[in-house]
Write a protein that binds this ligand. Sequence first.
Ligand SMILES: NC(=O)C1=CN([C@@H]2O[C@H](COP(=O)(O)OP(=O)(O)OC[C@H]3O[C@@H](n4cnc5c(N)ncnc54)[C@H](O)[C@@H]3O)[C@@H](O)[C@H]2O)[C@H](O)CC1
Ligand SMILES: [K+]
Length: 497
Amino acid sequence: MKPVKFLASIPQYAYSAEAVQKNEGKIAEQANLNLYQLMESAGLAAFQLLQSQWPNCKTFLIVCGKGNNGGDGFVLARLALENGIQVYLHSLAAVENYQGDAKRACEQYLKAGGCLHTIDEIDFSTVDIIVDALLGTGLSRTVRDNYRDVIELLNQLEKPILSLDVPSGLNANTGQVLGCAINAEATITFVGVKKGLLTGVAGDHCGELHFSGLGIGAAFSQQVNSTVTINSRDSLTALQPRRQSAHKGDSGFVLVVGGNLGMPGAVRLSAEASLRSGAGLVAVACHKHNQMIVTATRPELMLVSIGSKNIDNQHKVHKTNVVVIGPGLGTDTWATEQFQRVLALNKPMVVDADGLNLLASNPQYRKNWVLTPHPGEAARLLHCTVAEIEQDRFESAKAIALKYGGVCVLKGAGTLISDGNNVVINITGNSGMAVGGMGDVLSGIIGALILQSTNIFLAARYAVYLHGRAADIAITYGQKGLLASDLFPYIRQLVNE
Ligand SMILES: NC(=O)C1=CN([C@@H]2O[C@H](COP(=O)(O)OP(=O)(O)OC[C@H]3O[C@@H](n4cnc5c(N)ncnc54)[C@H](O)[C@@H]3O)[C@@H](O)[C@H]2O)[C@H](O)CC1
Ligand SMILES: [K+]
C-alpha cells in the first residue's frame, strides 16, 4: 500500500466529504462566488495540472458521471477543446439527465463544439491521458453495473489517469474501496483534503495527491473545524533541546522490556532507537539468555531485571522515566510476569507487539501510555476482524484510545495517531517499511520522544513523523532491502533538526 505523497505544500487539516459539501457553498458566497464558479475553478485547476505535469498529452479521454464530479469533467473538457486538445468525452448519463451546475457545465461544453462519445467511438490507442470525473464525494454505495464496467476498463488501459477530487470508487471518508476504484497516477482534490485520501489503501488509488483550495481553501480551513490534522514538520512543536550542562541522567532514562527466549533482536532494535532518538540512558530488561547478545552488539545499553532484589538494579528501575514494553516479549509466563511488573511501576509507557496482545487478553485503562498496534493487533484489542479495523481506520484508532486510554498509533500506510477525539494522519514513510523490526524501532523512538515532549500525544505524533521521514531518506537507492537499522543515522539527523 503506497502512502500518499503531496507534491505541493501540505494543508494542516483534513475533512469529511460531508464537511466539504456542507460548507463549500457558504464559504464561496463570502468570496462572492457561487458553486458553479467553484466548478469552473475545479475544472481549470485540473486542466492546469495536466498542462504542467503532462505537457505533451494531446488527446484526453474524459469520463463523466452524472453528478457534479462529472460537471468538473465537462469544464475541463471545454478548456481542453479551447486549447486545441483532442477530447473524447464518455458520459455515463444522458445529457438530458444532468441537473444544476453539472447540466450547465455540460451545455457549455457542447456549445464550445464538444460532443459525447460511446465507448466504441473511442480510439484508445490515441489517448494520452484519462480524466476520471465519474464519482467524487457523492459516492454513496458499492460501485456496480456500468460504473464498475467503466472503472475496470479504465484501469486495464495502462494509461495514466488523473482523478478529480476522489479516485472514483474510493470512500472519501475512510479510504476504503466500495466494490472497485480507479488506480490513478494522480488525484487533485478540491476545497478541503478529504481524510479518506490519506490512509489505508487510498495511497494505492490516489497516486500523487494535489490540492487546490479553488480560491476559498484558506477561508475554509479557518472557518471549518476539523478534528483531523495532517502531520507535518511545521505542525509539530519542537522537541525539548538538550541543555549544555546536561549529563547522561538529565536526558531521560528509557527502559525497554522484551527479548524473550529466542527473540533478542526486537528489544535490541527498540533500545538502540531510543538512544538514537536522544534518550540519555537506555536499559533493557530481557530474558537472561539474551543479555549478552543485546549488550555485546550495543555496549551503550544497560541491563536490568525487573523485580530483582539487587539494590543497584532496583535503583535503576526506579530511576526509569519511560518504559517500552513489547518488542520480542512473547506471551508466555515469563512475558506475563514482566508485563504485570511493568504495569505496577505505573510509569509513562509505550505498549507494542506482544505487549498489546497481553493487554487485549487483560484489558487495562491508563492515560499515560501510547499503544502502537498494527491492524492485526488492533483487531485483537477491539475483538473484531482486521477488515473491520480497515473499514474505518479513523474510528478504529479513536475506539482503541477511548477503550484503553492514552494514545493509539494505528500503523499502516497513513498511520493514524488518536487520543480518542482528535486524529492525526501521518503521510511520511513508504512501503519499504513493511519489513521486520520497523515497529520495534518506532516503539523506541516514541519512548525517547516522550522524554522530550510536553505530552505523550505530541511525542507519538513526532515519533511517527520522524520514523517515516527517516525511511523516506533511507530509500535513496530504492525500497527493496531496507532494514529497520538503516534508519538509525537518519533518526539522529532528524531528531537534531
Ligand atoms: N458545484 C459544487 O457543488 C462543486 C462540487 N464539486 C464536485 O462535485 C462533486 C460532488 O458532486 P455530487 O453531485 O454530490 O456527487 P458525485 O458527482 O460525486 O456523484 C454523482 C452521483 O452519483 C450517484 N452515485 C453515488 N454512488 C454511486 C455508485 N456507487 N454508483 C453509481 N452512482 C453513484 C449519486 O447519485 C451521486 O449524486 C465533488 O466530488 C467535486 O468533484 C466541485 O469540485 C466544487 C464545486
Ligand atoms: K473522480
